[in-house]
Write a protein that binds this ligand. Structure first.
Ligand SMILES: [Fe+2]
Length: 187
């Protein structure tokens, strides 16, 4: 259950940030293919907040709500085999669009530049998935008309679902991670 002191005003995501292979390739994809605004391209010669010399670029793309997807182009430290398609379970970013028509438009635009995509119907949302040029899974998602109703029902069952899941998977996790790591609640 929510603890009493957890009422901070955390409003929204300001930005999510990933490593990119190349700022220009990433700009092409996000600005020219997906139509986001290139909001900033900041070239640094030292690590922010430190004296450490480091050449890298930090770029930001702005979405309609004023939030950002950001990237670091850090060619001196990026492992050459880093940019493989990620497992979406490891991480992915879902951006929201307002209609299924928009999903179809994005799918067609991607197909024109030879980019594969696939659709999954999650009932409360309907999503189109791709991997960007850096291997990051991007999900374009559209809310179902019953989105709020479906999630309202899910929210009622959510704490119990985690309780049941914990019982079911605890033994395996103790084997994998150890109980000390699982029960850690303070650093
Ligand atoms: Fe997702």
């Amino acid at each position: 259950m929510k603890s009493e002191n957890s009422n901070f005003n955390i409003n929204n995501v300001h930005h999510v940030a990933f490593r990119c292979r190349d700022a220009e390739q990433t700009r092409w994809f996000y600005e020219e293919v997906l139509g986001l605004k290139l909001a900033a391209a900041l070239a640094f010669d030292h690590l922010s907040g430190t004296e450490k010399e480091m050449e890298y670029m930090h770029i930001f793309f702005e979405m309609k709500d004023g939030n950002y997807i950001a990237f670091f182009d850090d060619p001196h430290n990026a492992p050459s085999d880093f940019f493989k398609d990620m497992n979406g379970f490891d991480s992915h970013v879902a951006v929201e669009v307002s209609s299924m028509e928009e999903i179809e438009n994005i799918k067609n635009k991607l197909s024109k530049v030879g980019w594969d995509s696939f659709l999954i119907d999650h009932e409360f949302v309907h999503s189109l998935y791709i991997f960007d040029p850096n291997g990051i899974q991007l999900e374009f998602t559209c809310r179902d008309k019953d989105h709020d109703q479906i999630l309202d029902e899910d929210a009622k069952k959510a704490h119990k679902a985690i309780e049941d899941w914990t019982k079911k998977t605890r033994e395996l996790k103790v084997e994998t991670f150890g109980s000390e790591a699982l029960d850690q609640r303070e650093k």
